[in-house]
Design a protein around this ligand. Sequence first.
Ligand code: ADE
Length: 276
Amino acid sequence: MRIDVVSIFPEYLSALDLSLIGKARQQGLLELTVTDLREFTTDRHRTVDDTPYGGGAGMVMKPEPWAAALGAVLGGGPAAGPGAAGERPVLVVPSPAGEVFTQATARDLALRKHLVFACGRYEGIDERVVDWSREHFEVRPMSLGDYVLNGGEVAVLAMVEAIGRLVPGVVGNPDSLVEESHADGLLEYPVYTKPALWRDRPVPEVLLSGHHGRIARWRRDRQLQRTAARRPDLVGSLDPTGLDRADRAVLAEAGWVVSGGRVVRAGDGAAGEPVA
Ligand code: ADE
């Protein structure tokens, strides 16, 4: 996979030299290039921003350096640009005004050949850059969540890590991708390691039993309980056809029932189907 990041703070992205993503780059699984937007300015001060039309606080990123930088990214390398494999590169524009980036987004983007990340700063990038880019890229404004960062760089670090680890070969043991949080719409179960007794706290006995069936059930129960407690929004999105009787019993204890083909809160006008 080819990844380009355009930023006025290229050093910010140096964390991508480390750990699993750094290793994947060395192995050639990820071909990641960071481009300094200021190299595409034409004035002595290397200006990338200006005051907003219509007034208001802050500064807006100018269109010309962005168009030049994105044009260079499109022109660079055999895999770049439309036509190489009939697939347009994806332009991810991190922004609190974007669609929320989820594990499903990461899975989707991990299948693409070429991702370009445009790190905005200040109040954002002139909207015409986004419109123009649609002629050359599949444009995806993306938010990490409902809070405001100072720029796109931190969001890109998070997104590249989430996407990159799903590229085949990047994570050594692919089983670890199957059992983690959000893989199946649930949060992951709690984990323990040695010693079996630590500061008077024993590891749950079932995990020492060697009984794979009981362990799997215990873990699934913890996933369901934890998700109901911490992320009720995820419980409401579960597909009831994927829930067995034991799952439904755990959910019922947490106040959820299956009704009308959906998982809903007990008492929300839902009769509920029997759980046992
Ligand atoms: N830039 C500023 N805030 C952001 C957020 N929440 N997500 C992605 N990019 C951002």
